[in-house]
Design a protein around this ligand. Structure first.
Ligand SMILES: Cc1cc2nc3c(=O)[nH]c(=O)nc-3n(C[C@H](O)[C@H](O)[C@H](O)COP(=O)(O)O)c2cc1C
Length: 301
């Protein structure tokens, strides 16, 4: 597949650059296990991103990536750090990275934006992206409207650059389905939360293992920033405030730091335990080597 051939990987898999979760140490461990690990820079300053990139390079010689959340107030500065450090892969979330693409390409990076619609995917192709990550709304975290089942073939059929499938992948059958729908690689977030090496609070990891299908829901639809999370106390409180028509500022304040509360404190009263619908099928905490071997059992990718 395009992804493993491009980066010389054992498995054609990107670990999603999850804010707060995807530290340098975790990204390096994923790359060492044969997939491609990414630093999630969503919660970082530009200096922290530079330190994290250098830390990954100390820990592994394998390729790695950095995810730039375009909503990050330091996005411009981080974008420059990525070019200065010449990271092998840049992915982006929450919008269009068009203005940075030529700078990253000149630095030798492969650039793969996350898209949740065909129109953004087409714009990214026109602006010079090497591939796109098409993410359906089954995914954990911030989501769009399209489902993976519909978005993946739409993007694969209408673009000439490769489509990496994301949103709802956690088993060999889902990998095979993504291949059937045109995938040239895969990006996973939720399954990686269940890895032994994943540096999230044990209560959060346990919540991923225990979640049933009806316990994973979407909050933030009212404010226009839908986000898929576990329906815990924090989520229920947030949704009732939304229903009551709370001010945007009140909601934003509640959201600020809520992923950190989940990742570092395991606090279900103040924490947004972001996870995708695929959590319902994840039942075990496994070391990365095992998790990846099991994901590709019987798959001819
Ligand atoms: C806890 C969590 C945090 C995430 N943070 C980011 C982020 O900062 N930037 C981004 O582009 N995607 C983010 N995502 C999305 C993932 O990178 C990935 O695309 C998604 O999880 C794939 O769907 P899945 O959860 O069904 O595997 C996050 C997902 C989760 C579960």
């Amino acid at each position: 597949m395009w992804l493993d051939e491009t980066f010389n990987l054992k498995y054609p898999v990107l670990q999603g650059g999850m804010a707060w979760v995807a530290t340098a140490e975790f990204a390096a461990a994923v790359s060492e296990a044969g997939a491609l690990g990414q630093i999630g820079s969503g919660s970082m300053t530009a200096d922290m991103v530079r330190d994290s990139i250098r830390r990954v390079r100390e820990l592994t010689d394998r390729p790695f990536g950095v995810n730039l959340m375009l909503m990050n107030p330091e996005a411009d500065a981080i974008a420059r750090v990525l070019a200065e450090e010449g990271v092998p892969l840049v992915t982006t979330g929450a919008g269009s990275p068009g203005k940075y693409i030529s700078m990253w390409k000149e630095a030798g990076s492969i650039v793969i934006p996350v898209v949740s619609s065909l129109s953004l995917a087409q714009r990214m192709e026109r602006q010079g992206a090497d591939a796109v990550i098409a993410e359906g709304q089954e995914a954990g975290g911030h989501i769009g409207e399209q489902t993976s089942m519909v978005l993946w073939p739409l993007v694969a059929d209408n673009l000439s650059i490769p489509m990496i499938a994301a949103g709802g992948i956690g088993s060999p059958r889902q990998i095979k389905a993504a291949i059937a729908l045109g995938a040239e690689g895969f990006q996973l977030g939720t399954l990686f939360l269940s890895a032994e090496e994943c540096p999230i609070h044990p209560a959060y990891k346990e919540a991923v293992i225990k979640a049933t299908d009806t316990q994973v829901s979407v909050m933030g639809r009212v404010g226009g920033v839908p986000c898929r999370v576990l329906k815990n106390k924090f989520c229920r409180d947030y949704m009732s405030l939304e229903r009551e028509g709370a001010e945007k500022e009140v909601l934003e304040e509640m959201l600020g730091g809520s992923l950190r509360q989940a990742v570092q404190e395991g606090n279900s009263e103040k924490g947004a335990f972001m996870m995708g619908l695929v959590a319902a099928g994840i039942k075990e905490i496994k070391p990365l080597n095992q998790l990846l071997a099991d994901l590709f059992e019987g798959v001819d990718a």
